[in-house]
Design a protein around this ligand. Sequence first.
Ligand SMILES: CC(C)=CCC/C(C)=C/CC/C(C)=C/CC/C(C)=C/COP(=O)(O)OP(=O)(O)O
Ligand SMILES: O=P(O)(O)OC[C@@H](O)CO
Ligand SMILES: [Mg+2]
Length: 230
Amino acid sequence: MQQNWKNWVHVTKLDPDKPISPAAVEEIVTSGTDALMLSGTLNVTQENLRDLLDLVAAHDLPLVVEPAGPECVIFDGIDLLFVPSVMNTDDARWIVGKHQAWLRHGDGAIRWEKVVPEAYIVLNPASAVGQVTRAHCGIGAEDVAAYASVADRYFRFPIVYIEYSGAYGDPAVVRAAADAVENAVLYYGGGITSGERAAEMGRYADTIVVGNAVYDQGPAVLRETVRAVR
Ligand SMILES: CC(C)=CCC/C(C)=C/CC/C(C)=C/CC/C(C)=C/COP(=O)(O)OP(=O)(O)O
Ligand SMILES: O=P(O)(O)OC[C@@H](O)CO
Ligand SMILES: [Mg+2]
């Protein structure tokens, strides 16, 4: 399970800050998605994370937690911990500072075999992640490609994540990132609300992430996005 993540083509991102019914969970886990990622920028706590984990744990899909800070790190009951660093911010807290604090003040119980670092390139200035990290979102395809290349070839991040959270991105930007990345797995997330959009971004990204649509349109949308990238 722990190495297999490189083969995922479709990931569903669930937000511990949003309510979800057991019926919706049932529809999500049977949609054909490869894994569930539990993540959000705002209002994620150990408590709401645990509550969501309790709802999804009975099913045997891989479970990933993607923490927005050291306070949302957990290891029990999950398969992998995807830890972001934001490439396109000037605020070093979001590149390495939170990580230093995590190791400095943590209890030393980091399960490194579960940790997968992610290089985020944040491109929607209206998203919570864009606002919180003060990412430079107005950059062009060549800038994005250069960040992707630095993340992949220099820092050797195993994942490069093109993040438009809440908005559908520019396929030309994702294509430029795909051309630039040699070894990393390329993630795309943002505004995937249909099979068409899933297919378009899935042409360039190795793995697509569907988040808000599950809540805004209902979990039925997952099946068509899964079908589009298989
Ligand atoms: C050192 C540790 C353990 C963590 C630090 C992690 C860092 C640097 C995070 C920075 C980027 C970030 C806040 C990532 C969270 C994952 C993410 C992008 C979730 C999606 O967020 P949105 O959809 O914008 O937010 P809401 O869903 O909360 O509105
Ligand atoms: O919520 P959406 O817009 O689908 O974005 C998915 C994910 O990339 C958010 O971190
Ligand atoms: Mg979100």
